[in-house]
Design a protein around this ligand. Structure first.
Ligand code: SF4
Ligand code: SF4
Length: 250
């Protein structure tokens, strides 16, 4: 049985009658507010399995809807529409159309993992949020999210050089998301670095940003990582879009 929360009632589903008498009792106005019932017919019975097949979604079946994840969630505290418990319910019930209504906020999970520590069933809700945003992308419901782009920038760097260099990561992320590097917070951060770090270290950092030093003897690890990533991507496509993945393979 789902937990009903006031924040889940959509304004368009509320009806109020200006003049209403029921059994001789005047319930006009606010007293005659009804929540319209919704009929869901387009269940996606595969949705739970599809999300469980993606990294982070493996333990979604354990959820018993206690709500501790939502109650402890950092993002929910500032935006009640961000509701991991509700989305896990929709996924397990296969109510895809309702989940898609929230497609533009699910990726906003900040990975603080408060939900992970609060969950009594080891569902790893943070992982489920990541798997769900990944699923929305693979299904074509959303473009690649900024958090997925950031992950991709980090992964590409590790595969390529065996290292993560902060300056390059930031520069590439801003480039890929179409953002200017001349933002107030970046300028403030650079000023702090310049005033606190020794010149030799700053010069080394600047040089690393430009020439991207590599871990020595990395080529074997690079090949293995590339192969592993390709295998994982194919497996995930097969779980979510078997027809498309099959066509790409041939
Ligand atoms: S990891 Fe994400 S879902 Fe979990 S509490 Fe933090 S913001 Fe909320
Ligand atoms: S805390 Fe765990 S068991 Fe409780 S609703 Fe969230 S995911 Fe489900």
């Amino acid at each position: 049985m789902p937990i009903h929360e006031q924040s889940l009632i959509r304004p368009e589903n509320l009806t109020t009658h200006e003049e209403k008498i029921i059994d001789g009792i005047d319930v006009s106005g606010h007293w005659s507010t009804f929540i319209e019932s919704r009929v869901v017919t387009d269940y996606n019975e595969q949705m739970e399995d599809e999300i469980a097949a993606l990294p982070g979604g493996e333990f979604i079946h354990r959820c018993w809807q206690c709500g501790s994840c939502t109650n402890s969630c950092t993002v929910n505290a500032v935006n009640p529409e961000f509701n991991p418990r509700f989305w896990i319910y929709l996924i397990r019930m296969g109510i895809e159309s309702e989940l898609i209504r929230d497609k533009d906020i699910i990726w906003q999970c900040v990975s603080c993992n408060k939900c992970t520590y609060a969950c009594p069933r080891d569902v790893y809700p943070e992982g489920v949020m990541k798997a769900t945003s990944h699923w929305l992308e693979l299904k074509g419901h959303t473009p690649q999210s900024p958090s997925a782009i950031f992950d991709e920038v980090c992964t590409d760097q590790i595969v390529d050089t065996g290292k993560i260099e902060d300056g390059r990561t930031l520069r590439r992320f801003m480039q890929k998301t179409g953002q200017s590097l001349l933002q107030d917070w970046i300028v403030a951060m650079i000023k702090q670095l310049v005033s606190h770090l020794p010149v030799s270290l700053l010069a080394k950092m600047g040089l690393s940003t430009l020439i991207a030093p590599r871990t020595s003897g990395w080529s074997g690890a690079r090949r293995a990582l590339k192969r592993y990533i390709e295998e994982q991507q194919t497996e995930q496509q097969m779980a979510v879009n078997p027809v498309v993945a099959g066509e790409e393979k041939h």
